[in-house]
Design a protein around this ligand. Structure first.
Ligand code: GLP
Length: 242
């Protein structure tokens, strides 16, 4: 595992965008696993800038997002599909048909999960998976529990995650109680993994996830077992790692 502590959120974003840009340059047909949340907004803006400057092209890139709220329509302004369209897909030359986000509106959860795993496998797997980090160590929406869930599945969100994400909704009551997420196995099957974290409120979990014991109670700790993980954090999130 390679952990880099950068000076600022902007430096973290640029360094992470460089890893993604390098992957796209090396393999223009790559499959990128993407994440939502506040943390990656800066790195998506950097990738859009790289595209505007003619440095990278997304023409042949395929993407698979980690997760999606269950029950939200793709055009709901808090859906992860909407977030990705707004922060990246609508701003670069990616083929919309090559962008995949679990279908939050599909009432058949098993079918939606199965279809998602099959789409990833049919594409040849994820080359580079981007991850943010929840305060309780969740990755995607894999919440702390007593095992590592393997494949894409439906989760009940914890109160901690509902509260953390309620800042983006009118109230905590409006946050969906369930979500689709790639499983820990889906994430671990990616050839390369890139984790970003920013801010003092992530310092403890960055420490616990990457320097504490591997346990499903801290889902991100499983990444210690992956052969190719790059962690890029800002100084505040890396404060306990020095
Ligand atoms: C959300 C998402 C995760 C994201 C995490 C951290 O609940 N499901 O995929 O990585 O929380 O979000 P943020 O970057 O806003 O702290």
């Amino acid at each position: 595992m390679n952990v880099t502590i950068t000076d600022s959120y902007d430096a973290m974003s640029r360094a992470a965008a460089d890893v993604i840009a390098a992957t796209v340059t090396e393999n223009p047909h790559c499959n990128l696993g993407l994440a939502t949340g506040s943390t990656p907004i800066g790195l998506y803006a950097d990738l859009v800038r790289d595209y505007d400057d003619g440095i990278i092209s997304f023409a042949d890139v395929t993407t698979f997002n980690l997760d999606e709220y269950r029950g939200l329509d793709p055009d709901h302004d808090q859906s992860y599909r909407y977030f990705m369209n707004k922060n990246l897909f609508d701003l670069v030359n990616i083929d919309p048909a090559a962008t995949h986000v679990p279908d939050g509106a599909n009432p058949d959860a098993d079918a939606a999960c199965e279809a998602y795993e099959q789409a990833i496998a049919a594409a040849g797997g994820v080359d580079l998976q981007l991850l943010g980090l929840g305060h309780n160590g969740h990755i995607g929406f894999n919440e702390p529990c007593d095992h590592f869930p393997v494949d894409t599945h439906v989760v009940k969100l914890t109160e901690s995650t509902i509260n953390a994400n309620s800042r983006l909704f009118d109230s905590a009551e409006d946050v969906p109680r369930e979500a689709y997420t790639m499983g820990i196995g889906t994430i671990m099957r990616a050839k390369k993994i890139l984790v970003v974290a920013s801010g003092a409120d992530k310092a403890q979990i960055v420490h616990d996830a990457f320097f504490g014991p591997v346990t499903p109670e801290v889902p991100a700790s499983v990444l210690q077992l992956h052969p190719d993980v790059t962690v890029i954090v800002d100084a505040e999130a890396g404060a306990l790692c020095k």
